[in-house]
Design a protein around this ligand. Structure first.
Ligand SMILES: [Zn+2]
Length: 97
């Protein structure tokens, strides 16, 4: 179980390796690849069509990360897909192996 509230202290986008790094308030670090994040998108489109499981390699680059208030972040991918909002807790869970 993860204690609440849990927020990232830092968010870094590593363009070279196509990874998003988060440093959490409890000093745990998560490194999430663009591929993992794109396939984990749970916007209405991805969930209803299963599109996220068939994305092309070139659709998996993280273009930009935008804050979505206290809730989490919005990630924009190289294929233009930008509908996914990733809540903090979801990102934390994705980062746990
Ligand atoms: Zn999506």
């Amino acid at each position: 179980m993860v204690s609440v509230p849990l927020l990232p202290r830092e968010i870094r986008l590593h363009s070279q390796s196509n990874e998003l790094e988060l440093v959490w308030s409890d000093d745990i670090k998560s490194r999430l690849s663009g591929a993992l994040l794109r396939k984990a998108c749970h916007c209405a489109d991805c969930l209803s069509t299963g599109e996220r499981n068939q994305v092309e390699e070139d659709a998996l680059l993280i273009r930009n990360v935008v804050g979505a208030g206290h809730y989490g972040i919005q990630i924009i991918f190289s294929d233009g897909h930008d509908r996914g909002i990733y809540p903090w807790l979801y990102l934390r869970e994705l980062g746990q192996v």
